[in-house]
Design a protein around this ligand. Structure first.
Ligand code: ATP
Length: 775
């Protein structure tokens, strides 16, 4: 049944708000099964079975329909006359062929020596079978040439059917019926089956259907296959630096005290200064996490680590560590430790992040760590006007003023002609030591902010590197690399903290006095950039093309993952490590029952053996789905409250469910995150806009209402909980037709998927009770 048909909604006086909400979901269809169950259940309004169907009918509008494979129709329509003609012509051809074949064999046997005769008989029988099949095919092709339709050769003989392609398809078509039950497949394979077994369990129904109907003579194109990651050797061959093919593996359980190690001699982490330690302790950091324990010494123990223009420059570093494992401090602490010794302000550290929210978050962390160091920090994301950001970055007014003052001091003949333009790098008037930026806005400033330069950069951090390296807008990466290249910014490489280059030249010309420089500016090697590049992500992939584009120097790769200490790490090159405190559950559900399952998680039936989920971050596939889901949950809540009132049950607080989306203004987004942090919002529904990097320590549960499109996205989503060693639970609602793909994604994307994943089953009673209490 199609068209707008919602009899139960209009009949049910109690559900006027349901009808209102439904009209918002623009319900266009109410299919026969739901209507039938609504009218046949014989129960009054609010009967459980009927309500389940009603909700299912609402939800039918929510998920996008799964794409269907188009079945080829060629070769399907066959007239019975042509089939008979074909069968007759084939039989005759076969007879003719057999006769000729028999005669040939006899002649051969006569000519053969006696000893060989017995062996050859067997072989010739096999030949015969093959030639029979060949003859049948040839005959069929002749028929095709005459405009006859070709039928499957499986009908000709049992032996030939085993070798002909069409017969194999017919046998697989019979098996497709049994293999089509993807749900039962997903139910049964949770324990202990290998990745290969998963491959063999792939639902083959649609493929085999296509085989059955394919016209003979057309060879099928190979099925698309996902690119496999190469072995270490393969990666190395593709030009990946050696250091990246051999990761330094770090046990995620590794910890060390932030307090200075006074008893057992100096440890690597004792390189961290006392003021920094006390600062961290004030921030609640008493021990270093694994990624910090390994990365901080790597960055601070190099002989030239504290130099602003290290020569030789230290190695670049790529770090992959689970979500919530403390990667931000792993780079923030060494940066502040090195830069706190600087004398004059230059832009020395640039941290690039993919979103404004992440920039704000990292800026706050940096400000916390920097406090008392004298370093200045700024961020540019486009949230402020361009002019405001420029005013934060460079001190143009001061630079212009200085030029004016100097013009008065130095003789006019010597200075005015040499005075560089306001854009000259030599007149660096940076107001910040550390800049945190989104790539687009950074490029805008490189283009249009006079005096803004990256030539003094000591650290370039690319956080969420795999995501950023996948973005090419404004050619941000090559532009940054160009801005770092000293050969391209040579002109201003020897400026001075107190006197710009043009002034030094002018003064030495007129007075003969050579002005000194602060620090190591004079000694820096103009052919190589002092910048150390640091890449971080929980899902850092070593895609050679992207890595090579970064022009890394002697790069090393640190990977924090389970099994590293025991040596049991196997070379699953691109598998992602997950926090050990994360518990992952999934529910295989019919698409139409997804809201019911979510609601049953939020409002479990009385007596259910699990607690209601609160502090939930819920991911949907789009902003639109997020808004609709929020409306649906609100509707459930309204009805639930109404029933409780009528039943004189105790009043209970309604769930506060909100949408968080990029469509909200920056202020609204910040407010909403604050409310969520404070516990005012119970469920925050969002698309993948905050799946990466956002640190909301109180998030106890993550629900993937729609399955993530790939494992990397899944890892970032579920990584919003179980952070900093706390327990967290992730729940994924998997539609029946997605079950196989979900499991394959899990097994390919992370080791120990089978042990980790907990399959949750909700019986109908649990769902019905939940719904009964709603409507
Ligand atoms: N040594 C530590 N002791 C206690 N808390 C820490 C420590 N290091 C980091 N944290 C806290 O852990 C949380 C997660 O840190 P952070 O955001 O740096 O994780 P991450 O590895 O960058 O995660 P993601 O990959 O999701 O971005 C933060 O709240 C941070 O304050």
């Amino acid at each position: 049944m199609s068209g707008l048909f919602l009899p139960w909604v209009t009949r049910n006086a109690r559900s006027r708000s349901v009808a209102r909400a439904l009209s918002m979901f623009s319900v266009k269809r109410f299919d026969g099964s739901a209507a039938a169950s609504g009218s046949n259940d014989g129960a009054g309004d609010g009967a459980p079975a009927r309500n389940v169907d009603r909700i299912a009918a609402i939800n039918r509008q929510m998920p996008a329909p799964a794409p269907k494979r188009v079945q080829p129709v060629a070769g399907k329509v066959k007239s019975s006359t042509s089939k008979k003609q074909q069968a007759t012509s084939k039989t005759k051809a076969k007879e003719r062929y057999l006769k000729a074949k028999k005669e040939r064999r006899k002649a051969r046997q006569k000519a053969m020596p006696a000893a060989n005769k017995r062996k050859k008989v067997d072989a010739s029988q096999e030949d015969e079978v093959q030639e029979l099949a060949q003859a049948a095919v040839e005959e069929g092709n002749k028929g095709q040439g005459k405009g006859e339709e070709v039928t499957s050769s499986s009908s000709t003989s049992s032996s030939s059917s085993s070798s002909s392609p069409s017969s194999s398809s017919s046998s697989s078509s019979s098996s497709s019926g049994s293999s089509s039950d993807s749900d039962s497949d997903s139910d049964s394979d949770a324990e202990g089956s290998s990745a290969e077994e998963v491959e063999s369990q792939r639902p083959v129904e649609s493929e085999n259907k296509m085989d059955v109907d394919e016209p003979e003579g057309l060879s099928r194109l190979p099925a698309p296959r996902q690119t496999e990651w190469g072995s270490k050797a393969d990666l190395a061959l593709q030009g990946l630096p050696q250091g990246l093919t051999r990761p330094t593996l770090v046990d995620p359980e590794l910890r060390s005290s932030v307090k200075a190690n006074t008893e057992e001699g100096k440890g690597d982490l004792d390189l961290v200064s006392a003021p920094m330690r006390s600062r961290l302790e004030k921030l609640g950091v008493s021990e270093w996490f694994a990624v910090q324990t390994s990365v901080i010494p790597m960055l601070l123990s190099h002989p030239t680590a504290y130099s602003l223009y290290p020569s030789p420059p230290p190695s670049d570093l790529c770090v992959s560590a689970p979500t919530g494992s403390g990667k931000t401090l792993a780079y923030a602490v060494p940066i502040v430790e090195v830069l706190r010794r600087r004398i004059c302000i230059r832009l020395r550290a640039l941290i690039v992040l993919p979103t404004r929210d992440l920039v704000n978050q990292v800026r706050e962390t940096m400000q916390g760590v920097c406090k008392g160091s004298g370093l200045s920090i700024a961020s540019v994301t486009g949230q402020q006007s361009f002019a405001q950001e420029q005013a934060l970055l460079v001190n143009l007014a001061e630079g212009q003023q200085r030029r004016k003052n100097i013009a008065g001091l130095v003789s006019s003949s010597a200075t005015i002609s040499e005075e560089p333009s306001a854009h000259t790098e030599g007149e660096n008037t940076s107001k910040v030591d550390i800049l945190i930026a989104t790539p687009g806005r950074l490029i805008d400033h490189l283009d249009a902010t006079p005096g803004f330069t990256l030539q003094h950069l000591r650290f370039l951090v690319i956080d969420e590197a795999d995501r950023l390296l996948g973005q090419s807008f404004q050619e941000w990466l090559p532009r940054i690399l160009d801005a770092l290249d000293p050969r391209k910014t040579m002109q201003a490489s020897k400026d001075d903290a107190s006197a710009p280059a043009w002034l030094r030249r002018s003064i030495s010309k007129t007075t003969g006095v050579r002005l000194g420089t602060f620090g190591e500016e004079e000694d820096r090697d103009p052919s190589s950039s002092p910048v150390q590049k640091l890449l971080f992500s929980a899902t850092l992939t070593r895609d050679p093309a992207k890595i090579l584009a970064l022009d890394l120097r002697d790069a090393r790769f640190v990977s924090v993952q389970q099994g590293a200490s025991s040596g049991s790490f196997v070379s699953r090159e691109e598998s992602f490590a997950l926090p050990s405190t994360l518990h992952e559950h999934y529910l295989v559900v019919p698409s139409s029952d997804k809201p019911l399952h979510l609601f049953a998680l939020l409002r479990p039936a009385p007596g259910a053996d699990r607690e209601a989920l609160r502090s939930v971050l819920c991911f949907t596939k789009s902003v639109e789905s997020a808004s609709r889901l929020v409306k649906l949950v609100e509707l459930f809540e309204e009805e639930r409250a109404a029933i409780r009132r009528r039943n004189l049950e105790e009043k209970e607080a309604a769930l506060n469910v909100q949408v968080y989306s990029s469509e909200l203004g920056p202020g609204q987004r910040m407010r909403m995150l604050d409310e969520f942090r404070n516990g005012q919002v119970d469920v925050l529904v969002c698309s993948d806009v905050i799946s990466r990097g956002i640190d909301l320590p109180h998030v106890r549960h993550v629900v993937s209402y729609d399955v993530a499109v790939d494992m990397a996205k899944h890892v970032h989503r579920i990584g919003r909980t179980a952070r900093a060693g706390k327990r967290g639970d992730a729940w994924t609602l998997v539609e029946e037709h997605e079950a196989w793909y979900f499991k394959r994604m899990q097994r390919r994307g992370s080791a120990s998927a089978d042990e980790r994943l907990d399959k949750v089953k909700m019986d109908k009673a649990q769902l019905e009770t939940a719904v009964y209490r709603v409507l």
